[in-house]
Ligand binder design. Structure first.
Ligand code: AMP
Ligand code: ZN
Length: 488
């Protein structure tokens, strides 16, 4: 167990405050994060959230916790759109691409897994799917009905928000109160099956055009969107676990409704700490599929998005994201990315230099204090922004020692190297190619670029794309320019 374990403080969206992190079971952490809906390739904004939770997972591991990290894949269910309507996004995509629903999900899951390799995300302990847990979802719905918090109408089941509010606090997470919600009431039309507009679907009766249909006690249909997370978090982490995470935009209605379902079924809020990552913006606006202001995580690495005039390596992008704390929003701009590229190179150079430094009889600065500042930053609600600044303090020292203006003992240098690498590699998830491996790589890369050039001349685009994608997965970007192909 790390001595730093007891010092972690996290911002709990449930209380709106920073709280001391005390797991329910000593030394063990259960963490559930809402995963992607795979009807299309995740965009860069989605990736920011997954990268942020990867960083949180990594830091918990560094603190010595045994972490069970569950991140689901949404491959079924009706998502609620901004008008509160149920939309079968996977079915819609399947129809458009003339594929079966699970074919669509599989296609984009292959891409998602590749993105995780490119951006160096650790695999979660388990990635369960909604379609693999229909039975568990039905059982939760049955319990909610049994407890009097849901009603059946014409083959669909709805959560009864008003009834629930008599016993529990609907809005406990998002702060949206039923009374205030009522102000926003759209008039329920005659076809509306809901008793109250804030009620939400737990089960939707099948439509003739639905591509995925399951049997249930209420007839053929589909689960609502929120119930899958209740079913899967309970199955893998129990009815009350430590951390539930996701993007800020999921607070309402998704997470609010998850809490209602869990209380309605099992009588308790599923998670002790609710963590929400902030959004990736484009010109101040949330990146989203529906606004069309998105780019794909592969495009920025390949240099194929018109938004940027050059490609950036996944390490630079990850470094750029880590410069912001997970709760602050972040805007992608060329200037900021170019600055991050310079910063990452500076950090990489220092890492390559550290083992070559000359040591002295004394250290001219307090190395223990510097190392402690890395932990302090992360212990303050995973503040990677401060961590990066503190790592640059170490970079400055390394350069000063190299120039003979600072001194360090052998013992202190070993400590500093261990801790810097721990935070850069294990916590921030960055990969730094050593000079040595770059030197060794050069002739190999000449050969690979040559083979790709031949493939392109033969119009064998499959092979040339495969080479480019394979290199990207290994963290190497290639760019075709006037003077030939360069890599880095
Ligand atoms: P979805 O596939 O839409 O369910 O989203 C997957 C995850 O990405 C969720 O945790 C969302 O909150 C998150 N997300 C969606 N848009 C953004 C964005 N622009 N910035 C950061 N996270 C996002
Ligand atoms: Zn969820």
């Amino acid at each position: 167990m790390s001595t730093h374990q007891g010092n972690l403080v996290v911002y709990n969206s449930l209380s709106g405050q920073k709280e001391k992190f005390e797991p329910i079971h000593t030394n063990h952490v259960g963490m559930y994060v809402c995963g992607p809906t795979l009807y299309s390739e995740p965009h860069m904004g989605n990736m920011r959230t997954f990268i942020n939770f990867d960083m949180i997972y990594r830091y918990l591991l560094v603190l010595g916790y045994k972490v069970k990290y569950v991140r689901n894949i949404t491959d079924a269910g009706h998502i609620t759109n901004s008008l509160g309507e149920a939309v079968d996004s996977i079915g819609n995509a399947a129809r458009l691409e003339q594929m079966q629903s699970l074919e669509i999900v599989y296609k984009y899951n292959v891409k998602f897994q590749e993105l995780q390799r490119i951006y160096n995300l650790l695999p979660p302990s388990i990635e369960p799917t909604a379609t693999g847990h229909i039975q568990e979802q039905i059982e939760h719905i049955e319990k909610i009905i049994e407890n009097g918090f849901a009603y059946v109408v014409n083959g669909s089941v709805y959560f009864d928000v008003k009834k629930y509010s008599e016993k529990y606090e609907y809005g406990i997470l998002s702060g949206r109160k039923v009374d205030e919600l009522a102000e926003e009431t759209r008039v329920l039309n005659a076809q509306d099956e809901k008793r109250f507009f804030a009620d939400f679907a737990l089960w939707k009766k099948a439509n003739p055009e639905d591509m995925q249909i399951w049997r249930s006690p209420w007839g053929d249909g589909n689960p609502g969107w929120h119930i899958e997370c209740t079913a899967m978090s309970t199955k893998y982490l129990g009815s009350h676990f430590d951390i539930h995470g996701g993007g800020m935009d999921l607070k309402f209605p998704h997470h609010e409704d998850e809490i209602a379902q869990n209380c309605g079924s099992l009588g308790c809020n599923p998670a002790k700490y609710w963590l929400h990552a902030n959004m990736l913006n484009v010109n101040g606006q949330k990146m989203s599929k529906s606004l069309g202001n998105y780019f794909l995580p592969k495009e920025i690495v390949d240099g194929t998005t018109e938004l940027f005039d050059k490609p950036y390596s996944p390490n630079v992008i990850r470094f750029f994201m880590m410069q912001a704390q997970y709760r602050s929003n972040l805007d992608f701009t060329s200037d900021a990315l170019n600055a991050a590229e310079k910063g990452f190179t500076r950090m990489s150079d220092a890492v390559l230099l550290i083992s070559k430094l000359k040591t002295s009889a004394t250290s001219s600065f307090n190395v223990d204090e510097l190392i402690a500042s890395f932990y302090e930053a992360m212990n303050d609600d995973f503040n990677t922004s401060i961590l990066v600044a503190n790592l640059f303090e170490a970079v400055k020292r390394i350069n000063l020692i190299n120039d003979g203006n600072d001194t360090i003992t052998t013992q202190d240098l070993a400590k500093l190297e261990t801790e810097m690498l721990r935070f850069i590699y294990d916590v921030l998830g960055l990969q730094i190619l050593t000079e040595n491996s770059n030197e060794k790589l050069a002739p190999v890369m000449d050969l690979v670029i040559d083979l790709r050039q031949q493939a392109r001349e033969n119009k064998d685009w499959t092979t040339s794309d495969k080479i480019r994608d394979g290199l990207a997965a290994a963290g190497i970007t290639i760019k075709d320019g006037k003077e030939g192909t360069s890599w880095g």
